[in-house]
Design a protein around this ligand. Structure first.
Ligand SMILES: Nc1ncnc2c1ncn2[C@@H]1O[C@H](COP(=O)(O)OP(=O)(O)OP(=O)(O)O)[C@@H](O)[C@H]1O
Ligand SMILES: [Mg+2]
Ligand SMILES: [Zn+2]
Length: 511
C-alpha cells in the first residue's frame, strides 16, 4: 500500500508543502528516496532505518520507495526524517494511516529514535495553517514555538515512539500538548537589556533628531569625534520605535527561528538591533550562499541595522545594501531557486569625521590626502539613502554633569502618535511611514502652507538643494510636522528639516 504524509520544506523563509509518499512492494529489500532532495535528505535513509529499528518497530523487508512530491521543488535539510519514518510505519501497517490525513509531521531523527529540535518550526506551523491542516507533530522542544500559530493543534513529541502514539490516538504521559489557539503571547524582554535615553547627557538637539528619525523611519548618519556617544545613541533607537505589531512580531520570530537564533517558545517582543562588524562581506550583509541564508539586513527586519565605523565597510558590502534599502526586500538567486528575504530596516550609520576623529579641532593631525580619502570612502553609494545627517559634538562638562533631556518612554509615545498620523495619511499604500513615501506621494500628500513653500523654494533657488535633496527635506519636514501634531507643514518645520539635512560631515569641518 501507499502511505501519504504531509510535511514542509522552507524556500528562504517561505514554507512549501511536501507530500511524502511511501510505497512497499514485494521484491528484494531496498530503500530508495527520490524527489530532488539534497544530501541531508538522501542521508535520511540511514537515520530513518536505524531509528525505526531502535524504536522497537520493524523495518519492512520489502522494496521501499519514498517519493518527495512535488518533484520539481528542491528539498533540503534533515527535517523530512520523521515524516519518512511515519510513512514507512503507516505503509507497513504499524501505525494507522488515517490519522495522518489532517496532520503534518516535521523533525529530524537521531539514530536512537529521538527527535531533534529543528530550525524554522514557526514557518512550518504557518504553512500547516495555510494548508488547512489541523495539526503538526514536531519535536517537544519546538512545541511552544509552533503553538504561536493560532488554530492548529501542536503535538510535541520526544521520539519516534511518541509520534507513533499520536498517530494511534493514545496519549503518552510525557507528551506535551499545545493548542495554538491561545493567541500570540507578548513576553516582556529581560530587563537587563533595556537601555534608555535617560542615560544620555547633553546632546539636546541630537536627541531631537533621533526622535525625528524614529518617528518618520528615516535613515540616520551620526558623525562626531570618538567617545561622544554615537554608539550609545544608536543602541537606544529601537527603544523609541513603536512596538511590533502582532504580524511583525511573528515575522521577526520566524526569521530568527529559521536562522536558529532563538529556540524559545515566545514571540520576539523587541525590535531587532543588529550591529555587524565592518569586516562583513556583501553576502553577510544582505544574504547569499550556496544554500541561501538571510543576511544582517534581514535579521534587522522591522528594526535597526547599525553600521558603526561606516567608512571601514567595504564598498561592495555597502553597494549591495542599496537595493534592499530601497525595496524592503532582497532576492537571492541560486540556480533555479530564488529566496526572497524581507529587509524593511532603519539604517543607522556612525563615523568619525576624519581618520583621527578630531576634525575641526586643533587635535586633528590628519593630512589633506587622508581627509580626501576619508571623504571619498563616505561619499559612497549609501549616503544619498540617508535622510538625516547629524553631528554629535563633544558634550561640555556642564552638560555631562547635568540632568537627562528625555526618557525613552516619553519619546516613544511621541513617535507612536506621529506614526499614527502617517498611517492615516498613507492608508492603502505600501508605505507606512514618511521615509518610505515615493516622489509622487510626497507631491500629493505633503501639504505646505504658503510661508513654508516660499522658504523651501528660496533655498532651492539659491542652489543649496538638489532635486533629490528637496524631496528629502519634504519627507523630514512632514515628520517634524507630524511630531508637532500639525496638519500642514509650516515654515518652522521646513527650517528645522533644512538644518537636519546639513551634512554632518560638512558641519564638523566648518566647526
Ligand atoms: N553624552 C553622553 N552621556 C553619557 N555618557 C556618555 C555620553 N557620551 C559618551 N558616554 C559614555 O562613553 C561611552 C562611550 O560612548 P560611545 O561608545 O557611544 O562613543 P562613540 O561616539 O560611539 O565613540 P567612537 O567614535 O569611539 O565609536 C558610553 O558607553 C557612555 O558610557
Ligand atoms: Mg562608537
Ligand atoms: Zn583628523
Amino acid at each position: 500500500m501507499i502511505a501519504h504524509v504531509s510535511t514542509f520544506t522552507l524556500a528562504g523563509l517561505e514554507p512549501h508543502r511536501v507530500t511524502v509518499e511511501v510505497d512497499l512492494r514485494n521484491g528484494l529489500p531496498s530503500f530508495t528516496i527520490v524527489g530532488l532532495g539534497d544530501r541531508a535528505v538522501r542521508e535520511s535513509r540511514e537515520r530513518v532505518q536505524t531509528a525505526i529499528l531502535n524504536s522497537g518497530f520493524k523495518f519492512p523487508p520489502n522494496r521501499v520507495t519514498v517519493n518527495l512530491a512535488p518533484a520539481s521543488l528542491r528539498k533540503s535539510g534533515p527535517g523530512f526524517d520523521l515524516a519518512i519514518a511515519c510513512g514507512v510505519l503507516a505503509a507497513s501497517g504499524q501505525v494507522p494511516a488515517d490519522r495522518l490525513e489532517g496532520l503534518a509531521v516535521f523533525g529530524e531523527l537521531a539514530l536512537g529514535g529521538e527527535i531533534r529540535p529543528g530550525r524554522g518550526v514557526l514557518a512550518v506551523a504557518e504553512g500547516v495553517r495555510e494548508a488547512g491542516l489541523d495539526g503538526l507533530v514536531v519535536s517537544v522542544e519546538r512545541g511552544e514555538e509552533a503553538a504561536l500559530v493560532e488554530g492548529i493543534a501542536v503535538h510535541g513529541v520526544g521520539s519516534l515512539r511518541q509520534a507513533a502514539s499520536v498517530l494511534r490516538g493514545v496519549r503518552p504521559e510525557d507528551r506535551a500538548e499545545h493548542r495554538g489557539s491561545r493567541g500570540p503571547r507578548r513576553l516582556r524582554a529581560a530587563s537587563e537589556r533595556v537601555v534608555d535615553l535617560a542615560d544620555v547627557r547633553g546632546h539636546a538637539s541630537v536627541l531631537g533628531s533621533l526622535t525625528v528619525a524614529a518617528a518618520g523611519g528615516h535613515n540616520l548618519l551620526l558623525t562626531g569625534p570618538p567617545g561622544t556617544g554615537k554608539t550609545m545613541l544608536a543602541r537606544r533607537l529601537p527603544g523609541i520605535l513603536p512596538p511590533l505589531s502582532a504580524a511583525e512580531a511573528l515575522e521577526v520570530t520566524r526569521i530568527q527561528s529559521v536562522v536558529g537564533l532563538r529556540a524559545a517558545g515566545s514571540l520576539v517582543a523587541e525590535r531587532p538591533f543588529r550591529a555587524p562588524h565592518h569586516h562583513i562581506s556583501a553576502s553577510g550583509l544582505v544574504g547569499g550562499g550556496a544554500v541561501p541564508v538571510p543576511g544582517e539586513a534581514t535579521l534587522a527586519h522591522h528594526g535597526v541595522l547599525f553600521l558603526d565605523e561606516l567608512s571601514e565597510f567595504s564598498r561592495d558590502a555597502l553597494e549591495a545594501l542599496r537595493q534592499p534599502l530601497e525595496d524592503g526586500r532582497v532576492a537571492i538567486v541560486r540556480g533555479q531557486q530564488t529566496a526572497i528575504y524581507p529587509t524593511r530596516i532603519m539604517l543607522v550609520a556612525a563615523t568619525n569625521p576624519c581618520p583621527c576623529g578630531y576634525l575641526g579641532t586643533d587635535r586633528c593631525r590628519c593630512s589633506e590626502p587622508e581627509l580626501a580619502r576619508h571623504r571619498r570612502r563616505l561619499s559612497g553609494p549609501l549616503l544619498d539613502r540617508i535622510d538625516l545627517q547629524v553631528h554629535v559634538a563633544r558634550p561640555s562638562a556642564e552638560e555631562l554633569r547635568g540632568p537627562a533631556h528625555c526618557t525613552s518612554a516619553v519619546e516613544r509615545e511621541r513617535v507612536i502618535a506621529a506614526r499614527e498620523r502617517q498611517s492615516d495619511r498613507l492608508a492603502g499604500s505600501p508605505a507606512t511611514c514618511n521615509a518610505h513615501m515615493d516622489a509622487a506621494q510626497v507631491r500629493r500628500l505633503v501639504r505646505l502652507d504658503a510661508e513654508a513653500e516660499g522658504e523651501l523654494w528660496r533655498d532651492y533657488d539659491k542652489g543649496a538643494l538638489s532635486a533629490r535633496g528637496h524631496q528629502r527635506v519634504l519627507r523630514v519636514a512632514q515628520t517634524i510636522a507630524d511630531l508637532a501634531g500639525s496638519a500642514t507643514v509650516r515654515r518652522g518645520h521646513v527650517l528645522h528639516a533644512l538644518g537636519l539635512r546639513r551634512d554632518g560631515l560638512a558641519e564638523a569641518e566648518s566647526a
